[in-house]
Design a protein around this ligand. Structure first.
Ligand code: APR
Length: 230
C-alpha cells in the first residue's frame, strides 16, 4: 500500500468549532498566546494556565471531528495513513485515525512539571473528570501541568515525524500557516518527486512549491477534492 502522510494544523479543527492561532490578533481562544502557551507564562501564573486548559479540555470533550477528519480516516482503506498534527486536540483519534503523532502535546493529558516526558507521571484525563484541581501534584511532587509543548520547548516527536515524512509517497498539508518550526520544516523531508497537496483557504509558504497542488478550500471540502484527485 502507498503511504500517505498528513501534516495538520489549527485549520483542521476550525470546522469542529476551534479557532486558529494566527487569525485572532495573537489570541488563542481569547487569551494571549504567550500567556497560556509559554514556559514563562506557566511559571508566572500556573493557576491561569491550568484553568485555561481545563476549559479548553471541557470544550474538546464536547467537540466532534469534522468531515475532513473522517475522510482522512477513510483513506486507511486504500493507503497506509500517518497523521502528524500540531493540534493538541484528539479529533483525529476520535475520527478513528490509527496512527497519530502529536508534535505539540495532547490536551487530554497532564504531566509532571519537572519531567514532562517521564511516562510514570503522564495521565490521561477522562471526560467525566477532566479538570485538574488547583495545586494538584504529580507523583514526583511537582505541580501537574498540561501535557502541552510550550513555545521555546523542545519538540521530541519531530524525529519520528521526520522519519514518516521521509517515507511518504504522498504528502498532504492541511490548515497550517507553516510559521512554527520545526513542524514547518517537515515537508522538506519528503523525497524528491513526492506529490504535495496543500488544503487551506489561504496561501501558505510551502517550499518546493513547484510540486505543490493547492486545494484552496477548507478542510472538509478540501478533503473531498483530494479524494477525487488521488
Ligand atoms: N480549513 C482548513 N484550513 C483553515 C480553515 C479551514 N476551515 N480555516 C483557516 N484555515 C487555515 C488558515 O488559513 C491558516 O493557514 O489554517 C491555518 C492556521 O494557521 P495558524 O493559526 O498559524 O495555526 P498552526 O499553523 O496550526 O499553528 C502552529 O503555532 O501557536 C502555535 O503550537 C501552536 O500548533 C500551533 C502552531
Amino acid at each position: 500500500m502507498k503511504r500517505i502522510v498528513f501534516l495538520t494544523g489549527a485549520g483542521m479543527s476550525v470546522e469542529s468549532g476551534f479557532k486558529t492561532f494566527r487569525g485572532n490578533d495573537g489570541l488563542w481562544e481569547d487569551y494571549p498566546v504567550e500567556q497560556v502557551a509559554s514556559h514563562e507564562g506557566w511559571l508566572a501564573d500556573p493557576t491561569l494556565v491550568n484553568n485555561f486548559y481545563n476549559n479548553l479540555r471541557k470544550k474538546l470533550y464536547a467537540a466532534k471531528p469534522n468531515e475532513g477528519h473522517r475522510l482522512i480516516k477513510e483513506l486507511e482503506k486504500a493507503y497506509e495513513v500517518t497523521v502528524i498534527t500540531q493540534n493538541v486536540d484528539n479529533l483525529h483519534e476520535k475520527a478513528g485515525s490509527a496512527k497519530v503523532i502529536h508534535l505539540h502535546g495532547e490536551l487530554t493529558k497532564v504531566c509532571s512539571s519537572n519531567e514532562p516526558y517521564d511516562s510514570r507521571y503522564i495521565q490521561e484525563l477522562p471526560p467525566e473528570n477532566c479538570e485538574v484541581a488547583l495545586g494538584t501534584r504529580a507523583g514526583d511532587g511537582s505541580l501537574l501541568r498540561p501535557f502541552i509543548v510550550f513555545f521555546g520547548e523542545a519538540v521530541p516527536m519531530i524525529e519520528p515525524a521526520a522519519a514518516e515524512a521521509a517515507q511518504a509517497d504522498i504528502f498532504v498539508i492541511i490548515g497550517t500557516s507553516l510559521n512554527v518550526y520545526p513542524a514547518a520544516g517537515l515537508v522538506q523531508y519528503a523525497r524528491p518527486g513526492t506529490p504535495i497537496y496543500l488544503i487551506d483557504p489561504d496561501d501558505a509558504p510551502v517550499s518546493g512549491s513547484g510540486r505543490v497542488t493547492h486545494i484552496k478550500k477548507g478542510a472538509s471540502e478540501g478533503m473531498k477534492e483530494l479524494m477525487r484527485l488521488l
